[in-house]
Design a protein around this ligand. Structure first.
Ligand code: NVA
Length: 304
């Protein structure tokens, strides 16, 4: 395993299983002091609830000291160069967790960092979310291998990391998106290559009703991600047929579960009360952000 976790492919398909199994153990009471006397810097250029909270409390549970810098504070690449910020922080802190816009920025940061860097979301990937998703699916299905997941929505950072995570876990992911918002072919090809020995697969289509047939999990995300606020109205029109609602869930497998990385926009990508439907596993999924991030940090620190 690479010392940085910038994109999902930085971990092997073997690591996915190990990290998510460990997350389940930590959740059921197993203890770890792996960050004792160590500091974790959280450097966030976009808003965050689950990621920030999960890392903050998770670092404390691992015996470490979390230090948070919000969007106004550091000015990564504007007030100070990415290289200089990286060189300073990595001389003092022991692990760095970054949420930013351009993926290139975190990549550049990692080049100059002498300590591990974790991607807490960029425009390109959201790999920590995907780890929590695998943990959640393992907790809710008898077998993740061979299961079918339908992602209805944007070919974005969340669906991109999920492609690697699911294919790498032996699951079959179908991504249904409108034209112009489909996931790129490079991701599909790379995810299918990454999963060559797992039996998993990723495909894309445009019909959401076809995508959910026999699905064990239906997953969605916002139509306009952070940084795309100006496109909100255009996207609303393009994604109109892609709302996940009770009727769509009824078309899937009898025991289908519903997932969303949150925050949600009721009456847009989901119907008004879907988060509270008995088939929703959205809130345990959000809790798992913390457990899987703890398991990830533990693995990275032990490998250092
Ligand atoms: N795709 C969303 C995920 C939020 C957790 C965004 O990037 O805003």
């Amino acid at each position: 395993m690479n010392n940085h976790f910038l994109k999902f492919k930085d971990i092997s398909t073997y690591d996915i299983n190990e990290i998510t199994d460990r997350a389940i153990e930590l959740k059921s009471g197993s203890q770890s002091n792996v960050l004792s006397n160590l500091s974790a810097v959280l450097l966030f250029e976009k808003p965050s609830l689950r990621t920030k909270l999960g890392f903050w409390v998770g670092v404390q549970k691992l015996g470490g000291n979390p230090l948070y810098f919000g969007p106004e504070e550091v000015g990564l690449g504007s007030r100070e160069s990415v290289r200089d910020v990286s060189s300073v922080i990595s001389r003092i802190a022991d692990i760095i967790i970054i949420r930013t816009f351009e993926h290139e920025k975190i990549h550049e940061f990692s080049k100059y960092s002498s300590v591990p860097v974790i991607n807490a979301l960029t425009d390109h990937e959201h790999p920590c979310q995907a780890l929590a998703d695998i943990q959640t699916i393992k907790e809710n299905l008898t077998e993740i291998k061979g299961s079918k997941v339908a992602f209805i929505g944007d070919g974005n950072n969340v669906s991109r990391s999920l492609s690697y995570a699911l294919a790498g876990s032996g699951a079959n992911l179908v991504i249904a998106s409108p034209n112009n918002y489909q996931i790129d072919d490079k991701t599909i090809d790379c995810a299918n290559r990454y999963a060559i020995n797992t039996g998993g697969s990723v495909t894309k289509i445009s019909d959401p009703k076809k995508a959910v047939l026999n699905a064990d999990i239906i997953y969605t995300d916002v139509w306009a991600s952070m940084g795309q606020e100006k496109e909100q109205e255009i996207r609303k029109a393009a994604f109109e047929r892609y709302q996940v609602n009770e009727n769509l869930l009824d078309m899937a497998s009898k025991n289908v579960k519903f997932m969303h990385d949150l925050p949600a926009h009721p009456n847009e990508e989901i119907s008004e009360n879907l988060l509270y439907d008995e088939r929703s596993i959205v809130f345990p999924q959000s809790e798992n952000r913390m457990w899987s991030q703890m398991a990830l940090i533990e693995k990275i620190i032990k490998r250092k």
